[in-house]
Design a protein around this ligand. Structure first.
Ligand SMILES: NC(=O)c1ccc[n+]([C@@H]2O[C@H](COP(=O)([O-])OP(=O)(O)OC[C@H]3O[C@@H](n4cnc5c(N)ncnc54)[C@H](O)[C@@H]3O)[C@@H](O)[C@H]2O)c1
Ligand SMILES: [Zn+2]
Length: 360
């Protein structure tokens, strides 16, 4: 049996191909018919170890089509959204809610493309799927990841926060901080449509193509630093013109803009091996930043992939109760056939491509 999939051919090229349908291999497996899916871009750009032929789409929402003999909590027809982390659910880290650091599936780190780990949107709520479909799709990755970025910065209600990056993750971090009672939220980027979305939700947009972002924030605040900072950019950060990659740009800025004893949350990705790095140190994941200043200011740092499972149910309930509507970030809903064009435009951050949902 075959199905259509978005297949990675080479950097900057994906193709829709017929691939073999998955099979139940483990008693706990389920097979889901996908309704919405997407992925981020590091693999697309050839900036990870992803091999040719890999099927893209690590953010998935769909309908259970088949269940393995060990599955008792789901049945065919249930609506599910799947956290992007691949995790066993049984090891020490999984049991303690750190599903991004499963010791069984990916010893030493987390990540991957298919999830064995499922979050039911739950059967009694199935009737709500149409109403909230795009919001629920954000639960696979970016809403929990933005929330996580705020969480690991040590944020408390009433504090001020600067979020670097107004991509899907940065916008979700800003939105989460606002939901959690931030007094002020600054969002730094250079893409006009993304800054406009930040403004729309009540954050203060800062355009770093117009000058040093830290100075702009300090000027607005009469020289006062912010309490917390979030790096929602990662190792592919650029200089103000957007042309030169500068992997340490955001770390350096955060250390400057956050107050002494404040905290940095770093959900933005840094990798131990980068085939396309701008220099030989960065190729091994060595990034230089002012650790002396960080120490002097007594800053704390939280990093790593998001433990999606530990937030997902609560964020789902915020959606159902009408308190959160993360789908404001979705700029395009497209058929799967347009995946190649969608990845290209999303990658170049043109034509307002902020977040895409592909519908097979
Ligand atoms: N920790 C996790 O579990 C997790 C999960 C999902 C995504 N991520 C990572 O989070 C990061 C953001 O994801 P995304 O999908 O929003 O990416 P994105 O590439 O769409 O957005 C990044 C934004 O950063 C902006 N930017 C670049 N350099 C900048 C700088 N110096 N200052 C301010 N802004 C700058 C870009 O213009 C872009 O809009 C990526 O590194 C992604 O891999 C991490
Ligand atoms: Zn595990």
């Amino acid at each position: 049996m075959a199905m259509r999939a978005v297949v990675y051919d080479k950097p900057f090229t994906v193709t829709i191909r017929e691939v073999e349908k998955p099979k139940i291999l483990h008693p706990d497996d389920i097979i889901v018919k996908t309704i919405d899916m997407y992925s981020d871009l590091h693999m697309y750009e050839g900036r990870t170890a992803a091999q040719q032929g890999i099927v893209f789409g690590h953010e998935n929402l769909g309908i259970v089509d088949e269940v393995g003999p060990g599955v008792t909590v789901l049945t065919k027809g249930d609506r599910v959204v799947m956290p992007f982390n691949v995790a066993c659910g049984r090891c020490t880290n999984c049991e303690e809610g750190r599903s991004a650091f499963c010791t069984q599936v990916n010893p030493g780190f987390a990540g991957g493309n298919i999830s064995e780990f499922h979050l039911p949107i739950s059967t009694p709520l199935n009737f709500r799927l149409a109403e909230h479909e795009a919001d629920f799709a954000m639960l696979a990755d970016i809403f929990p990841t933005g929330w996580h970025g705020v969480q690991i910065s040590g944020f408390k209600p009433g504090e001020s926060i600067a979020v670097f990056g107004a991509g899907p993750v940065g916008l979700m971090a800003a939105y989460s901080a606002l939901l959690r009672g931030a007094s002020e939220v600054y969002v730094v980027d250079r893409v006009p449509e993304r800054l406009a979305k930040a403004k729309e939700i009540g954050a203060v947009p800062i355009d770093f193509s117009k000058g040093d972002a830290v100075q702009q924030i300090l000027d607005i605040r009469g020289g006062k630093e912010v309490d917390r900072g979030v790096d929602a950019v990662g190792y592919q950060a650029t200089s103000g013109d957007g042309k030169t990659e500068q992997p340490n740009a955001v770390l350096e800025a955060l250390i400057r803009v956050v107050k002494p004893t404040g905290g940095l949350g770093i959900p933005g990705l840094y990798v131990p091996s980068d085939p396309g790095a701008p220099d030989s140190a960065a190729a091994k994941g060595y990034i230089s930043f002012p650790f002396g200043k960080l120490f002097e200011k007594g800053l704390t740092i939280g990093t790593g992939q998001c433990n999606v499972k530990s937030y997902n149910r609560y964020l789902r309930d915020l959606i159902i109760s009408g308190k959160a509507k993360p789908s404001f970030v979705v700029s395009h809903n497209l058929p799967l056939d347009q995946a190649a064009e969608a990845y290209d435009k999303f990658d170049r951050r043109v034509d307002g491509f902020t977040k895409v949902l592909l519908h097979p």
